[in-house]
Write a protein of this length. Structure first.
Length: 272
């Protein structure tokens, strides 16, 4: 899950195609003064807190309704604490409603917040089901659900020993994403877009093409577009395969405040 936070912070200065030439070069400092956490980090940690609240010990059975209500409650609590983290307008409206209902979104928010689910369960089927539950409370369009499930599946497979070829084959066959393009083929015409269908395949491609956690990070940022979210998704998968170098941890953690750091530390202890 920390991978998503790393990707969010590293990608944040390049969102909306800012500093496009620097990003495309892949040669840039991973953290600069402008680097910060955004809604990707806030909502990822909200999902993590929700999981821990209904599953005090990893591996305990949980029911879907309790989980769904816990995620709603946690996301609203975190958004109240961080109201200016950069939420989409429709999602912000959803957060403010007394009884929020799904609104047919296929935005990439369902995939950016799903990474804790990729680490929480012990089989792929359950991972995919709870990824769907986490998405459908707001992003209940089939593409919104698919983006969350594909991301969580790739994380689960990466952390449980699947090869990149196995992950690629599964995602293509199960979810129908086009993973045939290289980053060099995607990059020239890619632009800022916030849909699952134009973010998740690109993020998975960055993971597939990168040869280390840091290289995946640089590959994802190099595409531009909605770079904090795209990089959060790519790095959440890369963490499962490569882990995260200590030196990158040391650069990212100071960008979090005490509250978010506490949630992250609780998650690491829970996951262990």
């Amino acid at each position: 899950m920390l991978g998503a936070i790393v990707g969010d912070v590293v990608g944040s200065p390049y969102e909306f195609d800012r500093k496009r030439d620097i990003a495309h070069s892949k040669v840039f400092p991973l953290v600069i003064d402008e680097s910060c956490f955004t809604d990707d980090t806030v909502l990822t940690l909200a999902v993590a807190e929700a999981i821990m609240s209904v599953m005090p010990k990893r591996g305990m059975p949980i029911d879907e309704k309790s989980f769904s209500e816990a995620v709603k409650k946690s996301m609203r609590k975190f958004a109240e604490r961080y109201p200016k983290a950069g939420y989409g307008a429709r999602f912000m409206y959803w957060l403010l409603k007394s009884k929020p209902q799904p609104y047919g979104s296929f935005g990439n928010g369902s995939a950016m917040r799903v990474s804790p689910i990729g680490w929480a369960f012990d089989d792929l089927e359950t991972t995919e089901r709870f990824a769907e539950v986490s998405a459908e409370m707001s992003h209940n369009h089939p593409e919104g659900i698919k983006g969350a499930q594909a991301t969580a599946s790739a994380i689960f497979m990466a952390r449980t020993g699947s090869s990149k070829d196995e992950i690629k084959s599964y995602i293509i066959n199960r979810y129908g994403y086009d993973l045939s393009r290289t980053l060099d083929e995607i990059r020239p015409k890619y632009h800022h877009v916030e849909t699952c269908q134009e973010t998740v395949p690109e993020a998975i491609t960055a993971f597939l093409e990168g040869n280390s956690f840091e290289d995946v990070t640089r590959c994802a940022v190099s595409l531009g577009g909605d770079s904090d979210t795209l990089t959060a998704i790519a790095c959440s998968i890369a963490e499962g395969m490569y882990g995260i170098p200590d030196e990158i941890d040391d650069m990212i953690l100071p960008k979090l405040d005490g509250f978010l750091t506490d949630v992250l530390l609780k998650w690491e202890l829970w996951r262990a």
